[in-house]
Design a protein around this ligand. Structure first.
Ligand code: NAD
Length: 370
């Protein structure tokens, strides 16, 4: 790697158990007076909304508490109405990638755009990126479109591991594998650079140390803290490089077949690593080392196979689906050629380090994952 180029963003990131209590001071420093909160029901049930409300006091002037998955355009219109009515100066996304995506969609639609505060409670990584997806639900079939603009990078990010103690085991597992996949694809990205590689290797170390412990005992604050640190590093690397085959396929599976993002990640990741291994093994060896896979003089290909096995074992231990037929959606084996065609046209898939020159390569991968 003798040349590289990437965008980095000015964000204030605060990470600490109990960090939610610092949100008020941070907002004061930025001078934002009128805030709108986007969140969903689970954050009200587990009282994370109450914690935020008591930290912000009168500054929190409006709340939209029922954000649905995948940022629905109809809901964006409703939240925009609230933002205009209350003359909002900044918008908060509290929860997983969906409420943070909603905050981004609202900030982006306003003219001029307004700053975003992201308070993540899953490991999906949206808080660090300049991207969101919006689902155009009035179209048939509904279409998820990606928007990429530096205006929507959250200005303030609060990571509080205590807010993740209630994250259910399945969401812990699936969004944790999503974070691991961000690191893996950053390591072999065609736009990788020294900083993304350093962040991704350290991310793999933290995630592989802590994810299973978080799954087995969600209240383990030490493991939750380590896992959220890994997710932060995964989000940082995701934000500064292009992803490849794995993420492109997961987006097609989510947008077209409704496979939840984390579940798609758990099914596809071992297949994507194996598919790419003959080209990407040199970049993934540090990840294998971070996962404590013994090398014992083995060839890079064998180390990659051991890594695939270790990730598959982790996915199985966390009871995540490992086959597309078990994804819990109305997907048929006869749909696979169509999905392969869509994926072949996907820009992220085409950014894969191992060239995808024939749609049959994708169909064969999907059949292997079926
Ligand atoms: P999500 O935000 O849809 O949340 C899934 C479920 O987990 C919800 O029911 C939510 O209520 C629950 N939940 C979240 N945190 C919880 C907690 N601490 N305690 C209890 N329940 C909790 O899921 P996600 O996987 O975080 O995000 C997926 C969305 O984010 C997708 O639309 C995906 O495309 C997008 N995404 C975007 C980026 C980006 O860079 N823009 C990155 C990753 C994912």
């Amino acid at each position: 790697m003798d040349r590289f180029r990437y965008s980095s963003y000015a964000q204030e990131v605060i990470f600490a158990p109990g960090a939610i209590a610092q949100v008020s001071d941070a907002v004061e420093r930025f001078g934002w007076q009128r805030l709108l909160l986007c969140t969903n029901n689970s954050m009200q049930v587990n009282r994370n909304v109450d914690l935020l409300r008591s930290a912000l006091g009168d500054r929190l002037v409006a709340t939209f508490g029922r954000v649905q998955p995948h940022v629905q355009d109809i809901q964006v219109d409703q939240v925009l109405g609230l933002a205009l009515e209350h003359e909002i100066e900044a918008v908060i996304g509290l929860g997983g990638g969906s409420p943070i995506g909603m905050a981004k969609a609202v900030a982006y639609a306003l003219e001029p755009s307004i700053p975003i505060i992201a308070i993540p409670t899953t490991y999906a990584g949206s808080e660090m990126t300049a991207v969101y997806g919006i689902t155009h639900s009035r179209e048939s079939p509904p279409r998820k479109v990606t928007v990429n603009d530096s205006k929507i990078v959250p200005k303030l990010v609060i990571y509080d591991p205590e807010l993740t103690l209630d994250l259910p085991p399945e969401m812990t597992a699936s969004t944790g594998i999503n974070a691991l996949a961000h690191c893996i694809e950053a390591l072999y990205s065609v736009t990788r650079h020294p900083f993304s590689t350093a962040a991704a290797i350290q991310g793999v170390t933290y995630i592989s140390n802590s994810l299973l412990s978080c799954y087995q005992n969600g209240k383990n604050l030490e493991a939750r803290t380590e896992m959220l640190t890994g997710a932060h590093l995964a989000g940082l690397s995701l934000a500064s490089v292009s992803m490849g085959l794995h993420h492109g396929l997961c987006h097609v599976l989510g947008g077209t077949a409704n496979v939840p993002h984390g579940i798609a990640n758990s099914i596809i990741l071992p297949h994507a690593i194996r598919f790419n291994a003959d080209v990407t093994a040199p970049q993934l060896l540090p990840a294998a080392e971070a996962m404590r896979i013994p090398f014992n003089g083995s060839s890079p290909q064998l180390v990659m196979e051991a890594m695939v096995q270790k990730i598959s074992d982790l996915i199985a231990q966390m009871n995540l689906p490992q086959r597309l037929r078990d994804a819990g959606v109305a997907l048929k084996e006869t749909d696979l050629p169509h999905l392969a065609h869509l994926a072949f046209q996907n820009r992220t898939v085409q950014n894969n380090p191992k060239p995808i020159t024939d749609v049959a390569q994708l169909e064969s991968l999907l059949r292997g994952a079926w």
